[in-house]
Design a protein around this ligand. Structure first.
Ligand code: PLP
Length: 416
């Protein structure tokens, strides 16, 4: 279905799949869950899949030759195939199960970074990165002497592409950036930036933690080298994430963690690594979370990623309208047409934690703080912000409740 076609989507039907959305708290407040950028909720279909594995299909994978282990191994590899299809990768060899986006980025920093980066080489990041896409590179810089550069952003939270171009030089070996900012909601021009980086001879890591759950992702069309994302932000269980890597690059990289499964042969004198992707999956992998992620992908594909993006665009536009009607609110990031379903804001004279606490009394769950992006908050000149982040199961009526609750908070603090 193209983005322009009307969506056959009934929010009530979808919401009925998510048991937790029926929660009533503080007496009579129905839960409004607006902390989806931190982690999403799970539909019954994913919960049932997890229970089913434990009741009927669970054993360790790639080890036993008994029937149950063969069943779970097949399901685990089927889950890899689901991920491959979801991100349009060429081959399952390029799909590495990790414990999350953070683990995936660290894997690249440790394995690719330690092997290929040297003193004076540069990594280009942006000012809007999550700590998970800053600290592993800082650690790499400490180990190797490589240098980090940060492409700046505008005051309204858009990447300054001219500055990005200026900082991209023959010394740049790696460009790593988020496809969607977890604070600003800014949608970066991913394909354009990848093409520029490749023209400059650099490889690219995309932090897709906030984009894979919300937009369709085609790693071949993007020509991406590495892509990292987490299952728990896209209806799946926590404890599983994905590193997509271009086969040629993964082949050149040494294993990061050592242990069972990642070897072809071990002697007392050394080891020979296994083929891809096992080379990067040492130890017992996140078996059940991976199967849960496959169930989540099936659910997302049923709704359609273009539909999800379209629903979230409507919610974001509504949130901007509602918040802009309230005096003394500064919305961080660009206009709704340039952002995903993440709306961070600051209320004049009221600390972000106080807002979040009062909203909780209204049954509304939002995030308060720096959202693992301290350098970005420093750039924006705020110590902390509030973040309402949406998924396709949220409604415009819930956003109206957000507006009423913020007005309530302002009354308590006499900021009217
Ligand atoms: N990158 C971005 C943009 C994120 O928003 C997050 C989580 O909030 C991460 C990376 C890290 O994800 P995880 O904690 O699942 O490893």
């Amino acid at each position: 279905m193209s983005a322009a076609e009307p969506i056959q989507f009934d929010p009530d039907v979808v919401r009925a799949d998510f048991p937790i959305l029926n929660t009533v708290l503080h007496g009579d407040k129905r839960l409004v869950y607006f902390d989806n950028a931190a982690t999403t909720q799970r539909p019954r279909q994913v919960i049932d899949a997890l229970v089913n594995v434990y009741e009927h299909q669970y054993a360790n994978v790639h080890r036993g030759i008994h029937w149950l282990s063969e069943q779970s191994t097949d399901l685990y590899e089927d889950a890899r195939e689901s991920v491959r299809r979801f991100i349009h990768a060429r081959d399952c060899l390029e799909i590495v199960f990790t414990t999350g986006a953070t683990a995936a980025i660290n894997l690249v920093a440790r394995s690719w970074g330690d092997r290929f980066m040297k003193a004076g080489d540069e990594i280009l990041l942006t000012e809007m990165e999550h700590h998970s896409n800053i600290v592993p590179w800082q650690q790499l810089a400490e180990r190797t002497g490589c240098l980090l550069r940060f492409a700046p952003i505008s005051d309204d939270g858009r990447l300054l592409v001219d500055e990005f171009d200026r900082l991209l030089t023959p010394r740049t070996r790696l460009v790593a950036f988020t496809a969607i900012s977890n604070v600003l909601g800014t949608i970066n021009p991913t394909a354009e930036l990848i093409a520029k980086a490749h023209d400059a001879g650099a490889i690219v890591l995309i932090d897709a933690a906030q984009s894979a759950p919300h937009q369709s992702l085609d790693v071949q069309q993007l020509d991406a080298d590495f892509v990292a994302f987490s299952g728990h932000k896209m209806l799946g269980p926590s404890g599983v994430g994905i590193l997509y890597g271009r086969e040629r690059l993964l082949e050149e990289m040494p294993p990061f963690l050592g242990g069972g499964s990642m070897i072809r042969r071990v002697t007392l004198n050394g080891f020979e690594p296994a083929d891809l992707p096992a080379k990067f999956e040492a130890g017992t992998p996140p078996i059940v979370p991976a199967l849960g992620l496959a169930a989540a992908i099936k659910y997302l594909e049923g709704i359609g990623m273009q539909n999800i993006a379209q629903i979230e665009r409507t919610l974001t536009a509504r949130a901007h309208t509602v918040l802009n009607e309230i005096d003394g609110i500064r919305i961080l990031g660009p206009s709704p047409s340039e952002k995903a379903g993440i709306v961070s804001f600051v209320v004049d004279g009221i600390h972000a934690h106080d807002i979040a606490q009062i909203l909780d009394q209204y049954g509304i769950a939002i995030r308060a703080g720096h959202h693992c992006a301290m350098p970005l908050h420093k750039r924006l000149g705020v110590a902390a912000s509030n973040r309402a982040s949406f998924y396709f199961y949220n409604t415009e009526e819930e956003i109206d409740r957000l507006g009423e609750a913020i007005r309530g908070a302002k009354r308590i603090f006499r900021r009217n």
